[in-house]
Design a binder for this molecule. Structure first.
Ligand code: AMP
Length: 654
């Protein structure tokens, strides 16, 4: 760790103090980097924090007030998080949420205001207006990466002003729970900085380090590991628009990061992209690669180490712990593939029946305690009563320690679906499906998936006389839920399987129904299978099949319904560009989602009026890269959910 201690020897326990101290130690050191932007130094960041605190107070906002933020990934997302959390409580929300989701989150947060970039079109605006939540427009400055101003109507006088203290809540995030309502996790300044210190120590971060952040900054993984651990170390973080596989190696070459942290699905996409490129990765100075938030398959770990020439450190994180709980060590320490490593911050124990503590090799629930762990869910005494006992927090994960003190996760007690690191509360999906007039009962469940670890399926019992196809139910859910929560596979049953106590049995349902993958998915689309007809369709079908990992693609198959998402879409566009040298704007996939219509677009050279091959692959990738992750998500969601045409408006580019 860098010299994180204050003159008195105690590390700073508030964000404002931390930034001020780093600015004193190294005013000219770079804190934030944004593609195509002048970097922001620590002196610049400290000035931005001071300016924001003063501005918040002018607007009537201070410590204890919650600000919901809807800011696409990039330097402004990182800077606004740091500055707002320094003087109030930041509540970053996924910009791709649907209106009903914003309605829930904005109300549940009791937000004093919504902070949103000027000009960003989001359903959050209408929801805030309906709920009477004030809006603060964030205008990105022309200056260094992350600079911004806040404009809005004053909200009276703040109860407190100035910087928040160590025990003020700096960040609130929702976590998917066993109920349909996500639980609200408050994390104090102390919780966050303690976690950042733990991560920095594990990774031996120094001011020389540079993190490439590809994680969304509305999730604890990116906020704590990429942003806060970097600040603790006085190092720098490159704030990308989000994970875009086609850009990844260019970013490695351009920014020369010493590390990045991602979820396993992203690591798999890095490997796929490396394979597509064929050549050796560009010279880079990666010291290590970090993986967290979902289980990293040992094969992926080995392949990534071989490809990038750096050790891959798997860690175990959780929102309630302000992220890191355990981690494999850096060399010369031993990393054990398949293990999440040793305790790396909080104390960890494995609990058995009636409070017993289990020894090595015995499987039980993983319990944690320590200064990085939340003091309890907000406004939720029931959840707190079941989550905490004798000072230990129950993670809901099952596992064991081996004889060397390495932790292995073996399963889950909590009803949660972990889709490539995105957590889904199955009850929320059940209840959404049950809002459909034809549905009597619904039980969503995890389906094993090679790429994502788990996919989401749902068993549905229709009302007597009720009629609905899986496609209709998916479309219904897509209008109410963010895209990753929409079940990929829906099966109709006469009744839901029940356990001995008569309760529907969600855990293990896929196995009981004989569902081993989502491959038999989209039965409706399969029923209408039509073989690819033209040479372009045939070649494109092979590309889609390999990217989407499905055995067969028909003319009528829809890219998104076969499991396509923003990561896979960018991979596919690059393949198409390489195979046909056709100039296909990314927007074309959103308009032409079936194999047949997309092949026609390819045959027309993308229909842009530009001669095929006129633009380089770098330009195509740059086009994808200029869309913020939220914008890509929003457009994919619209295309996926509404089944309609969603042309990419020029004005929607960043
Ligand atoms: P979140 O609150 O979104 O960070 O999710 C926390 C949950 O992600 C944990 O309780 C685990 O179930 C899961 N998780 C995090 N890291 C890992 C890992 N390395 N391996 C397996 N599961 C993980």
């Amino acid at each position: 760790m860098s010299g994180g201690a204050a003159p008195g020897g105690r590390p700073p326990h508030s964000l404002a103090a931390l930034v001020a101290e780093r600015a004193r130690e190294g005013p000219a050191r770079i804190a934030l980097v944004g593609p195509g932007r002048e970097p922001l130094t620590y002196a610049g960041l400290a000035a931005l924090v001071d300016r924001t605190l003063a501005r918040l107070n002018e607007l009537g906002i201070g410590p204890g007030d919650t600000l919901a933020t809807v800011v696409p990934n990039g330097p402004e997302a990182a800077a606004s998080f740091i500055c707002l959390a320094a003087g109030a409580t930041a509540a970053p929300l996924n910009p791709a949420y649907q209106a009903p989701e914003f309605e829930f989150y904005l109300s549940d947060l009791r937000a004093k205001a919504l902070v949103i970039p000027r000009g960003l079109d989001s359903p959050a605006r209408a929801v805030a207006a309906r709920l009477g939540v004030g809006v603060l427009e964030l205008s990105a400055g022309v200056g260094p990466a992350g600079s911004f101003d806040l404009e809005g109507v004053g909200m009276g006088r703040a109860a407190r002003s100035g910087a928040a203290g160590p025990d003020d809540v700096a960040l609130v995030l929702h976590t998917s729970g066993t109920t349909s309502r996500p639980k609200l996790v408050p994390l104090t300044q102390r919780n966050l900085l303690c976690s950042a210190g733990n991560i920095g120590r594990t990774l031996a971060l120094t001011p020389e380090d540079r993190c490439l952040n590809v994680m969304p900054l509305f999730h604890i993984h990116g906020l704590a590991a990429a942003v806060l651990a970097t600040l603790q170390a006085g190092a720098s973080v490159v704030c990308t628009p989000g994970f875009l596989a086609p850009m990844f190696f260019d970013w490695l070459a351009e920014f020369q990061p010493t590390w990045y942290s991602a979820v396993p699905t992203m690591h798999q996409s890095v490997l796929a992209r490396a394979k597509e490129r064929g050549d050796a990765p560009p010279p880079c100075r990666l010291r290590f690669v970090r993986s967290s938030s979902a289980a990293l398959p040992p094969q992926v770990m080995a392949a990534l180490e071989a490809k990038l020439g750096a050790p891959v450190i798997e860690a175990y994180g959780m929102t309630e712990a302000a992220h890191q709980m355990a981690s494999n060590p850096l060399p010369p320490g031993r990393r054990k593939p398949g293990s999440v490593g040793r305790p790396a911050g909080p104390e960890i124990t494995v609990g058995g029946e009636r409070g017993a503590r289990l020894g090595a090799g015995q499987v039980g629930e993983i319990l944690i305690r320590g200064p990085n762990v939340t003091g309890g869910y907000a406004h939720n005494p029931e959840a707190n009563a079941s989550a905490f006992s004798e000072g230990w927090f129950h993670t809901g994960d099952q596992g064991y320690f081996d004889a060397d003190g390495y932790l292995f996760i073996t399963g889950r007690i909590k009803e949660l679906i972990n889709r490539g690191g995105e957590k889904i509360s199955p009850r929320e999906v059940d209840e959404t499906l049950m809002d459909h007039p034809a549905v009597a009962q619904a039980l969503s469940f995890a389906i094993p998936d090679e790429r994502l670890g788990e996919e989401i399926g749902a068993a549905v019992v229709l009302r007597p006389g009720g009629r609905a196809t899986p496609a209709e139910l998916r479309e219904f859910a897509a209008g109410r839920l963010i895209h990753f929560k929409v079940p990929r596979r829906i099966v109709f049953l006469d009744e839901l399987p029940k356990g001995p106590t008569g309760k529907p049995q969600r855990i293990g349902l896929a196995a009981r129904l004989g569902i081993t993958s989502v491959e038999e998915k989209t039965p409706a689309a399969r029923a209408a299978y039509q073989a690819p007809a033209t040479p372009t369709e045939k070649r494109l079908a092979d590309i889609w099949a390999s990217i989407l990992r499905v055995p067969q693609v028909g003319r009528r198959d829809d890219f998104f319904w076969l499991g396509g998402d923003s990561i896979l879409a960018t991979q596919m566009m690059v393949h198409v560009r390489e195979a046909w040298r056709a100039d296909i704007p990314v927007s074309r996939l959103l308009e032409a989602r079936t194999l047949e219509s997309f092949a026609a677009a390819v045959d027309r050279g993308g229909g842009t009026g530009t001669p095929a091959g006129a633009r380089s692959i770098e330009q195509l990738i740059a086009e994808i890269g200029t869309l913020s992750e939220a914008e890509v998500e929003r457009q994919l969601r619209e295309a996926e959910g509404k089944g309609g045409v969603t042309p990419l408006a020029e004005g929607s580019r960043e």
